[in-house]
Design a binder for this molecule. Structure first.
Ligand SMILES: C[S@@+](CC[C@H](N)C(=O)[O-])C[C@H]1O[C@@H](n2cnc3c(N)ncnc32)[C@H](O)[C@@H]1O
Length: 287
């Protein structure tokens, strides 16, 4: 049984006909921007096995026949969603969250003193650990400053993962990954085998479906963007286009955080990369 987070080791070699593999590659790229290299047949095979089971189909060849027969519908969407990687955890990489606490929130407290409102966008939010980590920190920080409000918009391509995120219920394993014990005690309640996040923190996050590679819906000006661990799946032109659109949502003193393997370098020279502690952060160049 494969999970959506496992690597390539010890997986059986899949045999998918080239034409079928090319069809899947094209569908995924067109609908999500995700580039599937030629050597990812094992991954396609592993990820689409549950879709085959659900649709009572016996092979990827049969699945492709079904997909080709109809315009884009729920089955195509299921295939696209099955091919996304949803790996995430609370306070992933720690440093960007440290930077929020020690630098970004205190600076915005001064810079947005008149409005007393900050907008945060967590793009590609997966099952919610990232936006909820931000929400808990924002509650801890801005909760000490009466009259302030924090709006957190969390978006993802996948409807299934957004449905999970909205439930805000996590397994023991998931809370063990990155969530400080103090926050677990303060903000979560054990219900059966799972941990339920409290309503106040859930209410701070507004979930929306959004495909980063399709035209973007109207968005407010954003003070802090978390666009982490998703650009890696796109080709250079798509990365450039997404960074340019993200830039359009930022004001001159907004902050952009990318994933550990992502950068604006060689993609968008209107950004400069600074370090807050050990966290790389992208800011708009002044000139
Ligand atoms: C590896 S997770 C990253 C989650 C979180 N940002 C983090 O760093 O822990 C990647 C997420 O990107 C989403 N995704 C993939 N392609 C996307 C697209 N074109 N538009 C929006 N989200 C996308 C996937 O559904 C998945 O939830």
């Amino acid at each position: 049984m494969f999970s959506k987070q496992e690597g390539k080791d010890n997986l059986p070699t899949a045999t998918i006909a080239t034409v079928d593999y090319e069809y899947i590659q094209h569908l995924i790229r067109e609908r999500s921007g995700i580039v599937l290299d030629e050597d990812k047949q094992y991954l396609v095979d592993a990820r689409l096995t549950p879709v085959l089971r659900q649709e009572k189909l016996s092979s990827i060849q049969d699945l492709v026949v079904q997909l080709r027969a109809k315009p884009f519908n729920g089955l195509h969407q299921s295939v696209v969603e099955a091919m996304t990687t949803n790996e995430t955890l609370f306070f992933r990489d720690a440093h960007p969250f440290e930077a929020l606490k020690s630098k970004v929130f205190p600076d915005l407290l001064v810079a947005r003193e008149t409005k007393k409102q900050i907008n945060i966008w967590c793009a590609a939010c997966s099952s919610g650990q990232e936006p909820y980590s931000i929400a808990m920190l924002a509650k801890e920080f801005f909760g000490l400053h009466p009259g302030w409000s924090t709006r957190i918009i969390a978006t993802d391509l996948s409807r299934d993962i957004l449905a999970r995120a909205k439930q805000a219920r996590y397994s023991q394993l998931e809370v063990n990954r990155g969530l400080p014990a103090t926050y677990m005690v303060k903000y979560f309640k054990k219900e059966g085998m799972e941990w339920q996040l409290n309503q106040e923190i859930r209410n701070m996050v507004e979930f929306r479906e959004m495909n980063l590679t399709a035209p973007w819906p109207a968005m407010p000006t954003i003070d802090i963007i978390f666009l982490r661990n998703v650009l890696i799946y796109f080709d250079v032109e798509m990365k450039k286009s997404i960074l340019a659109k993200a830039r359009g949502l930022m004001s001159s003193d907004s902050y952009l955080f990318l994933g550990g393997a992502e950068t604006t370098l060689y993609l968008d020279n209107r950004f400069e990369q600074l370090y807050y502690g050990k966290a790389p952060c992208c800011r708009l160049r002044k000139s």
